[in-house]
Every structure is written in C-alpha cells, then in structure tokens.
Design a protein around this ligand. Structure first.
Ligand SMILES: [Zn+2]
Length: 319
C-alpha cells in the first residue's frame, strides 16, 4: 500500500523503517525526502486509533503514570511555563492536546486566560469538571474559537498523532493573534536516538504516531505558514534521556517498552504485568543503572554537540 506525503502530496516511495509489529499488525515508515517527514504506512484509521487509545493510553482521570512520575510531570510543567514567559509575560493561552488540564491550571493560577483542546472526550470532561477549564473536543471547525483569539498556542507532542498535521498548523495560525507565540514540540526523526534505534526507537511509538517529523521538516512547515522561528530547544529532560533509556532496553532483547509500561498508573499496568517474563525483569534491573547514565550522556551529546535532539521544541511568532 502506498501513501502520499501529508505536506506536499508527493508519492512516498522511500521506505525508511520496515516491519514494526504492534498487536498483530505490521507497519512501515516511509520518508518524504523533500518535506523531511516520515509517515506510518498503513495509516491507522480513526476507529482503530480510538480503540487503541481507550485501552492503553490514559486512565479515566487522564493520568498515564504512577504518582512518583506524575510529581515530576508537575515540575516539568512549571518549567514549561517559565519558557513561555520568556516571550510573553501574560495573556491568553490555548493548549492543543491538553490532557487532563494540569498545565492550563498552572497557567491560570499565574493569571492567564486559558482554554484547551483534548481529543479524548472522557479526559476533556475530567478537565472541565475538576479544573473548571474550557476544554473542547473534535475537529478545529467544532471548537468555536474566533480568529486571532490567543496570545500563545502550544501543541506539545500532539502533531505526530494527527491525521492532518498541516491543517492543524494552519488552524493554530488562524487562532493566534498577530505577533502571537506558537510553541510546538515533536519527537525528532533526524535525532541520533532515532537513527540508532530505528524500529526500536521509543519515540517512534507506532501506530500512535502517524507522522514522524524531523527538525527540518517541522521548520519547513512553519515557514510555509509564515511563522518566524525565534527559539529552539534540542534538549528536553522529560523526553530525551528516557527516549534513549527505553530504546537501549528495547535493543537489548527485553520485551518492547517493558520498563515504560511498568511506570504507568496501576490500571494501565495490569494488562502488561499479566504476561511478563522473569528474564525481562532481571535484565531490566541489571542494565538500568548503566543505561541510565549512558542515556544522559548520549542525550547531551546528540542535543548539544550534534544538534540532533531526540525531541525538539520550536518557538515561532505569527508574522
Ligand atoms: Zn512531502
């Protein structure tokens, strides 16, 4: 089966990664050389994805991880707030893919007007109920926001999940005020960890990730939409070292993403524990200390020396 590139509509004929298995399906990643974006083929349908998300992705309260990890996530969202405030001190913000609304709650306490988009309706209603935040679902035409409405729009690790990422960027541009800030984070297909891991790369996350942006691919897409790039982060403490760690474990013959699944919230973990082998546990425990150290070193090298960070965050201004 052939697919066309999401950005230029060209035929995707260069197969970059082959035969990634997930729940009895096999997927390939095709790469568009002109756009520098990879595509999962076959592209899972919305129905298939909805089924996968509801079984594996979040608890009904929108929590993905155990309380220890969730504490870190709170701390990392405070850092995100600080990064945004370097560009815009206060105003209105839209978080596309806001989950249960943790980050928006932090921003509101800081005096911002907040709104969110969450594609999972159960998670969206949790955010509305618990945090009393305006969270909408569905396609952009159903959101009901007026044009030039927001000072900041953030879309963090969401674009790669969407069936039409190019349209989403256009829509974000429409909703941003002139000189508003657009913040976009993605896994970087051009990173060292992606090249080293190939089909075992943790952040490839097939079939959840439909598109696989490289740094250059994302910047090209933003430039086409008249965004001016004003900042770029190649190192992210939340995503990059863990991307290496889980990739190293995956290529060591341990069940794919076993360690990651153990960090999930108890209700999501249950499914994984039922068919675990002793050998996976022992190998993980034996390799973890060494791989942890190695992961931080490799993340620093790929991000700062090679400028090929495992995930990247781009800051752009609507011109
Ligand atoms: Zn293309």
């Amino acid at each position: 089966m052939k697919a066309s590139c999401p950005i230029c509509n060209g035929l995707l004929d260069f197969r970059l990664i082959e035969d990634i298995k997930h729940e009895k399906m096999s997927y390939n990643v095709y790469f568009c050389k002109s756009c520098k974006v990879g595509t999962t083929v076959p592209i899972p349908s919305q129905e298939e994805l909805s089924k996968l998300y509801s079984a594996n992705y979040r608890s009904p309260e929108g929590r993905k991880f155990n309380p220890f990890i969730e504490f870190f996530i709170y701390f990392w969202r405070l850092l995100r707030k600080r990064r945004i405030k370097k560009y815009i001190k206060k105003g209105s913000i839209l978080d596309v893919g806001c989950g249960r609304g943790l980050f928006l709650d932090i921003m509101r306490k800081d005096g911002w007007d907040v709104a969110g988009v969450e594609f999972d309706e159960a998670t969206a209603s949790y955010a509305k109920k618990v945090y009393d935040i305006n969270v909408v679902s569905g396609d952009p035409e159903e959101w009901g926001f007026s044009s030039e409405n927001f000072d900041v729009i953030i879309i963090s690790h969401v674009l790669e999940h969407l069936h039409n990422p190019a349209q989403m960027i256009k829509e974000c541009r429409r909703l941003l005020k002139k000189n508003g800030l657009f913040v976009c984070a993605i896994p970087n297909l051009a990173s060292l960890q992606a090249s080293a891991g190939k089909g075992a790369w943790f952040h490839l996350d097939i079939p959840y990730h439909i598109y696989h942006f490289s740094r250059d691919g994302l910047i090209r897409l933003l430039n086409i939409n008249s965004f001016k790039i004003v900042g770029e982060r190649q190192f992210d403490i939340e995503y990059n070292p863990f991307g290496w760690l889980q990739t190293l474990l995956n290529i060591s013959g341990i069940k794919k993403n076993f360690f990651y699944n153990m960090l999930k919230s108890p209700e999501l973990r249950k499914r994984e524990i039922s068919n675990v082998k002793g050998q996976d546990i022992l190998l993980t425990i034996a390799l973890l200390p060494f791989y942890l150290l190695l992961s931080f070193m490799l993340s620093a090298i790929e991000s700062f020396a090679l400028k090929r960070g495992g995930t990247i965050e781009i800051f752009a201004i609507k011109e």
